[in-house]
Design a protein around this ligand. Structure first.
Ligand code: ZN
Length: 362
């Protein structure tokens, strides 16, 4: 039974239509958060006391100040908000509603996400662009100011990581030289995937007969961490720290972080945030690589290598021994050469990590 007022007709009270021309200046952050709270509390958008429920005149200038979603349960149930632009008495939008300030009329209207586009496409697009820029600016300022301590701790973690990297580079270089050159052990082909094997013999039945024959099989023995440090072509770990340290190091020279960040132009601040974001990725990678390489010097890995080298089925028997201070290698128990383990590698229980959130997660 269709009528002029359909079932989902929304009765708009006079108060909602009353022009509240009180916003002579740009609505404050407090106004915006009041409106968002009103919506979060489940109140109808059109009843918000700041909202003027009249159609905006064409070619009025507007400034988007915020976005909001209705409560998920209302959106799902189809209880949408009416829009003064295009649908003043019927539900129209549920998500990404806009808080728009109309400076000429001094009013605020809560609108559907793209509704104003139909009234003034260019004005809408310009306002959206400005709004996104502002969002980015606020986000970046909040990120940079809110993470000062973590940024400084990141610098510290990277500097500590670099010291470990240098020690591992040095230790690895000596270890490789002694294994491959001095002792002439061709070990790498047997460990180059981090998986140690044994060559074993197994009896297998021949066809359907009861006779057996001995076959060679390769079986897994153990995995070892840090094996890349034994790669004859490995690259220096310390070099991985150059880029992230370059990005974070200037923090040391900045005493007043607040003024430094707020004194930047938007573009400079954006570049700074991107620089940190990239350096964070590179730094995480560098520290992960150090943590992995350091596993070679662990008791667990060295004990595994020692046992494997002496195993009767080891495809490449050799002798490795170690204590807290050195690793010794040889073809057999005598002669062996020893390599000193740098103190720093036993001093650190674990490799420092970064606790800086990414700008996207922040
Ligand atoms: Zn609309």
């Amino acid at each position: 039974m269709p009528t002029s007022k359909s079932d989902n007709y929304i009765e708009i009270p006079e108060e909602a239509r009353r022009v509240k021309a009180v916003f002579h200046t740009r609505p404050s952050d407090q106004h915006i958060s009041d409106i968002k709270q009103w919506i979060r509390d489940g109140n109808p958008a059109f009843l918000n006391p700041y909202h003027t429920h009249t159609k905006p005149p064409a070619n009025s200038s507007l400034v988007y100040r915020g976005e909001f979603d209705l409560l998920e349960k209302d959106v799902k149930a189809g209880r949408l908000a009416p829009c003064p632009c295009c649908s003043p008495n019927h539900g129209k939008y549920g998500r990404k509603g806009k808080i728009a300030w109309f400076p000429d009329e001094h009013v605020i209207r809560l609108l559907g996400p793209d509704c104003y586009k139909a009234i003034d496409r260019e004005g809408h697009e310009q306002a959206i662009e400005e709004f996104r820029k502002e969002e980015r600016r606020e986000h970046e300022v909040r990120y940079l100011l809110g993470n000062e301590e973590k940024l400084r701790l990141t610098l510290k973690a990277l500097m500590d990581g670099l010291e470990l990297a240098k020690a591992l580079d040095e230790f690895g270089a000596v270890l490789r030289k002694k294994i491959y050159d001095t002792m002439n052990l061709d070990l790498w082909p047997h460990i180059n995937k981090g998986q140690l094997h044994l060559n074993q013999k197994r009896n297998e039945f021949i066809g359907w007969s009861s006779e057996t024959t001995e076959v060679d099989v390769i079986v897994d023995y153990a995995k070892i961490g840090g094996y890349r440090l034994l790669n004859p072509e490995t690259k220096a770990l310390a070099a991985l720290f150059n880029q992230p340290l370059d990005a974070f190091q200037f923090l040391d020279g900045v005493a007043d972080w607040n003024s430094f960040v707020t004194g930047k132009t938007d573009e400079e601040r954006h570049q700074l945030a991107s620089l940190f974001s990239n350096a964070r990725k590179a730094g995480t990678n560098a520290l992960d690589r150090v943590a992995d390489a350091k596993k070679l010097v662990s008791h667990e890995t060295l004990a595994t290598l020692r046992a494997w080298g002496r195993h009767p089925d080891c495809p490449y028997p050799f002798c490795l021994d170690f204590d807290e201070t050195k690793v010794s290698v040889g073809r057999s128990v005598f002669p062996v050469v020893s390599i000193k383990i740098p103190e720093i590698l036993s001093a650190y229980d674990s490799v420092p990590t970064m606790h800086l959130p990414g700008i996207k997660e922040a």
